[in-house]
Design a binder for this molecule. Structure first.
Ligand code: NAP
Length: 328
């Protein structure tokens, strides 16, 4: 029995830069391989990041006995195929968001995890951060009273238009890319998916949504409003509004290491800053994978939650296309 997990990176994606230090800083993981569509690119990446093994195809790394788990930071339309292939070849999988682009794909991924006994988890790093868990605790213990509304936004602007996020058939679009952050946070606060949704989008020249606004209605008349964009400067926030006050997060999703504030505005009182323990943003999802693989602990972010993230995104897109509300 191994007591550490040997990781392989499936592609040389930009986002790997966040995972590499998290794996290296963890007590129970080591980074042993990278795979790319070309051997030259894998070799160069391995040299740059001091990774021992470089594979010139994804298939070759997945067939290797040198790795136990893979991190999938591929374009969105490839998540399902390569997650399934990795599990079929005996590897555990941490797959980036959005997990997949259809419910059929999500269900095939979950079925493969069950059939192979491999750990499969969605890489929503902010869900593992203490700040997010504090918000969940405050909601569940009733410190905000009855929740009536949550609101969140995630916008940024491209430096170059040559980006996987602008290709429609690759799962481009700002809701899939960044709107899914406030969407998933709303689902976490509300404890499940909405009953119905209404979405509106502005499509850019490549045909993907570059601005998206969504409203979600949950049991008991609780509401969420989310927005995302590729066309305006970087901006994020999230707030949870209840009858006893509201929590406001200036950095709910990314950049939590600097100038992060979690503020409580009590009904009829002065705002208070809530202390949040420090934790590297990508450390939690890596530690959670290790606990799931090595200790048999259920992943913190369940596949049922992940499935509902995708259901809700699909319903919002359907609503935006048809200009009708959509029931889940
Ligand atoms: N959780 C987070 O904080 C976070 C942040 C950013 C992105 N993400 C997610 O991570 C994923 C990757 O995003 P990214 O910005 O890192 O992507 P990226 O830099 O464009 O990298 C994607 C990689 O996929 C591989 N690839 C395979 N087929 C491809 C194709 N047809 N076209 C282009 N690349 C292809 C390429 O690697 P090879 O050439 O080596 O094969 C490429 O380096 C997305 O799902 C995104 O949503 C998550």
């Amino acid at each position: 029995m191994r007591n550490t997990i040997r990781w392989g990176l499936l592609s040389t994606a930009n986002i790997n830069r966040r995972l590499i230090p998290a794996i290296r800083a963890s007590q129970r993981g080591e980074l042993v391989a990278v795979a790319s569509r070309s051997q030259a690119s894998a070799n160069q990446y391995a040299a740059t990041w001091a990774i021992p093994h470089a594979f010139g195809s994804y298939e070759a790394m997945l067939a290797s006995d040198e790795i136990d788990a893979v991190y999938i930071g591929l374009p969105n339309h490839l998540h399902a195929h390569w997650s399934i292939r990795a599990m079929e070849l005996g590897k555990h999988v941490l797959c980036e968001k959005p997990f997949a682009l259809t419910l059929d794909e999500v269900e095939a991924m979950i079925a493969t995890a069950h059939a192979t006994g491999r750990v499969l988890a969605e890489a929503f790093m902010y869900r593992h951060h203490p700040q997010t868990k504090i918000v969940g605790d405050w909601v569940r213990t009733g410190r905000l009273g009855d929740i009536s509304l949550v609101r969140g936004i995630f916008n940024f602007a491209f430096t170059s238009r040559d980006n996987i996020r602008l290709v429609p058939e690759w799962g481009g679009g700002c809701l899939w890319d960044v709107g899914i952050y406030p969407l998933s946070f709303a689902q976490f606060v509300m404890g499940g998916p909405p009953e119905w949704v209404s979405g509106a989008q502005w499509l850019g020249e490549s045909g993907v949504d570059e601005t998206f606004a969504g409203q979600m209605v949950y049991p008991g008349g609780r509401l969420a409003q989310i927005a995302s964009a590729f066309r305006t400067p970087f901006q994020t926030y999230f707030e949870v509004i209840g009858t006893a006050g509201r929590l406001y997060l200036n950095k709910p999703f990314v950049g939590l290491e600097e100038n992060r504030q979690l503020l409580f505005y009590p009904a009829g009182g002065d705002p208070q800053e809530i202390p949040v323990p420090e934790q590297a943003l990508y450390a939690g999802e890596v530690a959670d994978m290790h606990a799931a693989i090595l200790d048999g602990q259920p992943p913190y972010l369940t596949l049922a939650e992940t499935r509902n993230h995708i259901r809700t995104c699909l319903a919002l897109y359907q609503s935006a296309r048809t200009r009708q509300t959509v029931a889940l």
